[in-house]
Design a protein around this ligand. Structure first.
Ligand code: SAH
Length: 201
């Protein structure tokens, strides 16, 4: 349903396009946004949070270069939409959300929709989910001022993390981080973005 829009904006990965096509975004927003559920823009999901713009979801997912069976940590479950897209790609997803109401709603929604292989966590994603680390991929969907050290520690060697970084008052950028070894990472600035803040507990 987003195919033509996201292709026009430069998403080429067929598996990502298929996953975007398969996950019905309308099921992740309240009824009052049904008419605009397929528009390429962020929408409110309550608790002053938003479901990301479909292009950004596709772009971040493509940048992660997910391979079937990858262990993926998502920070900021929100509506669960991005979680569903990751799961459709064959990733084994753990997701963490700090807001109790959104945590409850999204875990119920995804379970009701038949996603039975996702591990849901409630808490501060700045600290990651150490029990299930290391992760092949980490995706952060809210912006910290700096990349949290715990997330780098929980990334596997050769793992990839995609994360928006920056204060609310300045331009944020999406970064793709690759972990070369325990002491070295590479950092590519890939897109200017606007995300809600990653809250510190
Ligand atoms: N991926 C979501 C987008 C959610 S917006 C979707 O597809 O709908 C970002 C989310 O990050 C919000 O739900 C917010 O509550 C959550 N968040 C903010 N700070 C957090 C933190 N420290 N740990 C975990 N989640 C956090």
């Amino acid at each position: 349903m987003f195919d033509s829009d996201v292709i026009k904006k430069g998403i080429n990965d067929q598996a990502v396009l298929q996953a975007m096509h398969d996950v019905d975004r309308r099921k992740f927003v309240s009824d009052k946004f049904s008419d605009v559920a397929y528009d390429d823009r962020a929408l409110p999901i309550g608790e002053e949070q938003t479901i990301s713009q479909p292009f950004i979801v596709a772009f971040m997912t493509e940048s992660l270069q997910i391979e079937e069976g990858n262990k993926v940590l998502e920070v900021g479950t929100g509506s669960g939409y991005q979680t569903a897209v990751l799961s459709k790609l064959g990733a084994k997803v753990s997701t963490i959300e700090i807001n109790k109401k959104l945590f409850k709603e999204s875990s119920k929604r995804l379970t009701d929709l038949g996603y039975d292989d996702i591990s849901f966590h409630h808490g501060d994603g700045n600290k990651g989910v150490p029990d299930q680390s290391p992760y092949d991929r980490i995706l952060v969907t809210a912006a910290p001022a700096e990349i949290p050290r715990d997330l780098i520690d929980q990334l596997a060697i050769n793992g990839i993390m995609v994360i928006p970084v920056g204060n609310q008052s300045e331009v944020q950028y999406l970064y793709r981080i690759k972990k070369l070894n325990d002491d070295e990472i590479t950092k590519d600035k890939i897109l200017p973005v606007y995300f809600v803040p990653l809250i510190k507990s």
